[in-house]
Every structure is written in C-alpha cells, then in structure tokens.
Design a protein around this ligand. Structure first.
Ligand SMILES: Nc1ncnc2c1ncn2[C@@H]1O[C@H](COP(=O)(O)OP(=O)(O)OP(=O)(O)O)[C@@H](O)[C@H]1O
Length: 600
C-alpha cells in the first residue's frame, strides 16, 4: 500500500508540473463535489422550513442558495469527469508513456523481449500508461466519495438515527461488486494463455511473411479453426465470469433499493406522527435520493482503485527491474583497449528461463585474441545462444566467460557493447534514411557520411546504394513513403551496420549471409576474413562467424562444432577433417549435395 501511495503522489506531482491550472481545477471539482449535495439539501430544508414559518426573506435567500448549489452540482457532474480525462490523457501521453519507453529501451538484456511472462507485463504497462494516471485520480475520487457518503449519513442521522442503517445497505452493492470483479480478474489470468494463442494465430494469418506460406500450404481453414477454438477457450470463461459479476452487481443494487424504500417510508411515517419538520422530510428525500449516486461513485472509484493493481504491480515491477538491471550493468569495469589473451569460456551452461533443456551445456573453449572462430552445428545446437552469451545478452547459469582474464559479468555492459559489433540472423529493419540505417552501428558517427560509405563498401553493398533513388538519403520503409528492400538487401544493410565500428574487440556475424546467393556469400566471407585480420592486428579482436554452410568457413583459425549445446569438436578445418568425426561427416554430406546440384 505504501508503494501505491508513493506512486500516486509521484503521479500527482507529475500532473501538477505538466498542467498546474488543470490539475488545480480537477482537485477543486473533486473537493466541491464532497460538500455540494449536503449544502444543497440543507438549503432546501431551510427554504421549506422558512416557508412553513412564513419567513419570506429567509425562504427566498435559502431558495437562491439551494438553486446555486444545485446548479453547481450539475456543473460538477458534467465537468469533473472531463477535467480528469484531459489531465490523465496529457500526463499519460507526454510524461509516462515516453518514460516507460525509455526504460524499456534502456534495458541491456533481452529477457523482457523474449520471456512471455515478462513480455505480458511489459505490454500491459505500455498499453496502460493513461490508466495508471487515471488510477491516481480514481484513488482521490474514492477518498472524496467516501467522505461524501459519511457527510450524507451524518445528515440523515440528524433526521433519524435509524436512517444510519442505510450505510450498511449502501455497503452491500460495493461488497457485491468487489466479489464479481474478483471472479472476472481470476478468470482473466486463467485464460491469458489461450488469448495469447488466439492473438498469435490471428497475427499469423494477417502478416505477409507467414500469410504466404499459409496460403501455399492451404492451412488457412485449419488455422481459422484453431483460432476459433482458442477464442472460445479464452472468451467462453470470460463471458461467464462477466455474467457472474453482473448477477453480483444486480443483487447488490436490489438489496440497496429495498433498504432505500424502507428508509423513506420510515421518515414519512415519523413526519406524519409529528416527529421532525417538513424540511427534515425534504432533506431526507434529497439526500437519500443522492445516496444512489454517491454509492455508485464510491463503487466505481473504489473498484477502479482496487483494480489499478493490475497495472500498478507490473509498472512497479518494471521500474524495479530496470533499476536492478541498470545497477548491475553500470557497476562494471571498463573494457580493455585491446585483447592480448582473448575470450575464454569455462564450463559455461545456460538454460532459457521457462525451459528445462540446456541450450549451452558445460562449454569450455579458448577463443584466442586476433582469431577468426567459426561456429557450426545443426539447427538448435546453440550457436546463436553462444554468441548472445558473448555479447552479454544473457548471463551464464554456471561457469565463467572471461575477457583477457576479467569475468565478462564484471565488465560494464555498455562499455563491452561499445566495443562489440554484430550482425544477427534476425537483423533489424529500421524504417528511416539509409545513411541512418547503417550509421546506427556506431552512434557517434551517425552523420559521418565518409565512414558510412566505407561500411557500405565493406558489406559489398555499393551496388545496392547505387540503385537507391536518393543515395544515402533514401527513406526506407513503404509505410513511411520510402522504398522497400528485398530480404538480401536488408541483410546487406545489417552487415554494413555491423561494419561501422573501427575498433571492436568482438565481431559477431551470426548467419550473416543466409539470405544471399552462394557467390555473394563467398565474396562477403572473403571480405570479412580480411576485415577480421585487420581488426586482429589493430585490437586483437575475436571474430565469431556462425554458419550452416561449412564450405564458407574453412579458412577460420578455429571451428567449433556444437551439438545439443555441447562442444562436440574443435580445431582447424584440416584437423577436423583428419579426425573423421562429426564435422567431417557433415562437411562431406554438404559437399556431395553441392556437387550433385552443380552437376544437374
Ligand atoms: N528465446 C528462447 N527461449 C527459449 N528457448 C530458446 C530461445 N532461443 C533459443 N532457444 C532454444 O535453445 C536452443 C538453442 O537455440 P539457438 O538459437 O542457440 O540454436 P542455433 O544453433 O543458433 O539454431 P539455428 O541454426 O536454427 O539458428 C534451441 O533448443 C532453442 O529452441
């Protein structure tokens, strides 16, 4: 609760700084709404009693006061919601939303993008920044509506203490509503996985990449059937939960109405018996009539406040996660200027969270400074996981990775990344100007056209650049009125981006040529072998090349053959061929396949 209060206080300060007058007006409207009904009812009682006494002046004055407060009530009813929505919207969009995006972008690891449980929380916060701000106003509104309820009850108590029982009656719909909402929330959590599946299947059918294959396979109807099943699995229980909540709500209101009618009957009876004035009767009717509205506001605002935990919990979790990750990433040592020994892995194991299979299994190997290391192996053997561990995207569950003797975990993550370059197989397609798409590889040189042109040359992407209508200034991405590139062309931009840094200590090429034809692949590898040698002389950089095609990496200083996360074999091409083991088998199979294809 303390954390919630602190967060609401912080959001209020944010709102105050962003729009002082609007925030003050919203606050004033909430405060006035607490007393408006009571003042209006008291003025009405005074009016009626003055009329009964024959006091014309007093009656007119009280009637004017009653009219004004009644009007104020109407104005507040119409405007306070509008004021809250406006302040919420502005603070949500202009302050909280960018802040959440900054936090997410700042995270050094990949877990928040890859783990479904993390992803769920991150998506919830991203979509709900406006609701987070609204929760602060709802909390204030909840306090105000409870205060209003207490005031109303005090007034009723002055007419007859029996009317205080209406407070209990008023609590019934609040309690019933909470019960109903608890059912809805529980079912939402239980069916979250089915809903994710339904969304995934809908995306599969709607996206161009998967859409092509689905049409070729004729899997559309089957996919639609599965989507419908997932939809039913998610929505069936949710509809039933909504129905249960509606029954709880209806029952609550029914009990309240019964109590309300009974209470008014009691006051009418007492007045007829000569207890209290006609003004008291008018006051009781006015106040009791507003009780429904007061209770409704209390129910809505307290339910919304209680429900805000759904967003507040993930938001507080995200903040804590960012703070912890930030501290862990920043407390590190500086990266060395150049490598002398190289990178060493000792007994490194890694399992992806939520799985029970080792993606990297007790891997020990030395990657000497200045060497070109090729990583080969079958699908899912752990090649990408290994390079991600070297890039410090994940931390090993056990074992150590050392860089010139210093544990990678102790190095400042940002400093290590500043000295790494990488082209991954799932490269980014950034829809901006071509020069920026490449320049992003070395942010301080984002505008350095000479350096960018050099990187384009390194990636053998000059022909691509020559075909672009506005050269380096060409906008990419059709939805931004730019041009679209083919898969191979996008891949070349990723390679050029990875070539931007002059002095990396680690240079990763994870299947960098998967979308290129064989001659282009060979040409690129030769270029990158040259680049690797240049980098080796300059900084002792280790170049790691992941590939499926064995023939292209035969020139590597060291070839690591992975099998189910384990290091099956390790050595130069000649050594591994002499070994006549797994590498020689797989190399032979690929060579025969290529030879047969060439012969056809
Ligand atoms: N984000 C992830 N979450 C859970 N498991 C994962 C994740 N990424 C990879 N894995 C699993 O880890 C194992 C190793 O995957 P990895 O991507 O490292 O293999 P790879 O050799 O690079 O495969 P490929 O040649 O297909 O790229 C596989 O069993 C894979 O299913």
């Amino acid at each position: 609760m303390k954390a919630y209060l602190a967060l609401w206080a912080e959001l209020f300060v944010l709102s105050w700084r962003r729009q002082r007058r609007l925030t003050a007006a919203t606050l004033a409207s909430i405060a006035l709404s607490v007393v408006a009904v009571a003042v209006s009812a008291l003025a009405l009682r005074a009016t009626v009693d003055a009329i009964v006494r024959g006091d014309t002046t007093g009656a007119v004055a009280a009637a004017v006061a009653a009219g004004l407060t009644y009007a104020l009530n109407l104005v507040l009813h119409d405007t306070s919601g509008l004021l809250r929505i406006t302040t919420t919207d502005r603070v949500g969009r202009l302050d909280l939303h960018p802040r959440v995006h900054r936090d997410i972008a700042r995270l050094e690891g990949l877990e928040h993008l890859e783990r479904t449980d993390f992803l769920d929380r991150v998506s919830l916060v991203r979509a709900g920044t406006g609701q987070l701000v609204a929760s602060m106003w709802n909390a204030l509104l909840a306090v105000a509506s409870v205060a209003k309820l207490v005031l109303v009850m005090l007034l009723l108590g002055t007419v007859s203490p029996w009317l205080l029982l209406l407070l209990l009656v008023a609590a019934v719909p609040v309690w019933c509503d909470h019960r109903g909402q608890a059912v809805v929330k529980r079912v939402e959590v239980e069916t979250a996985e089915a809903q994710r599946l339904e969304q995934h299947l809908a995306d599969l059918a709607a996206q161009a990449a998967s859409g092509k294959e689905i049409r070729v396979c004729g899997a559309g109807p089957d996919l639609a059937r599965r989507q419908l099943e997932a939809w039913r699995a998610a929505m069936g229980p949710r509809y039933r939960a909504q129905l249960t909540a509606a029954v709880w709500k209806f029952t609550g209101w029914l009990l309240f109405v019964a109590g309300f009618v009974g209470g008014l009957g009691l006051v009418a009876y007492r007045t007829a018996q000569g207890h209290g004035t006609v003004g008291d009767l008018v006051l009781a009717v006015t106040v009791a009539a507003s009780l429904r509205q007061s209770v409704q506001t209390t129910v809505v605002s307290t339910t919304a406040t209680a429900g805000a935990g759904r967003l507040i919990e993930p938001y507080l979790w995200l903040r804590e996660y960012v703070t912890e990750e930030d501290a862990a990433a920043r407390e590190g040592l500086a990266a060395p200027a150049a490598l002398d020994v190289g990178i060493e892995l000792r007994d490194v194991s890694y399992t992806y969270p939520g799985t029970d299979r080792l993606a990297i299994d007790s891997l020990s190997v030395h990657l000497p400074a200045g060497s070109v290391v090729a990583v080969v192996g079958e699908y899912g053997s752990g090649k990408t996981t290994l390079v991600k561990l070297l890039g410090k995207f994940y931390r090993p569950d056990s074992g150590r990775i050392t860089v010139d003797g210093t544990d990678l975990a102790d190095l400042d993550t940002r400093a290590w990344r500043d000295r790494s370059s990488a082209a991954f197989q799932d490269f980014g397609r950034f829809h901006t100007r071509f020069s920026e798409v490449v320049g992003l590889g070395d942010l301080p040189r984002l505008q350095d056209r000479a350096r960018i042109t050099e990187a384009v040359r390194d990636a053998d992407a000059e022909t691509l650049l020559a075909t672009l209508p506005r050269g380096l200034d060409t906008q990419l991405g059709r939805e931004l009125d730019g041009i679209d590139l083919s898969e191979g062309q996008w891949q070349r931009t990723a390679l050029a981006r990875a070539s931007m840094r002059h002095d990396p200590l680690l240079f990763i090429l994870d299947e960098p040529t998967a979308s290129l034809d064989a001659p282009s692949e060979q040409a690129i590898f030769e270029r990158y072998m040259d680049r690797a040698r240049r980098l080796a002389r300059a900084t002792g950089a280790v170049t790691v090349i992941v590939s499926h095609r064995f023939s292209t990496v035969t020139g590597a200083d060291q070839i690591l053959v992975l099998d189910k996360g384990r290091l099956a074999e390790c050595g130069t091409h000649e050594e591994l061929m002499r070994l006549q083991g797994r590498y020689a088998d797989l190399y032979g199979i690929q060579e025969t396949a290529y030879a047969e294809r060439r012969a056809r």
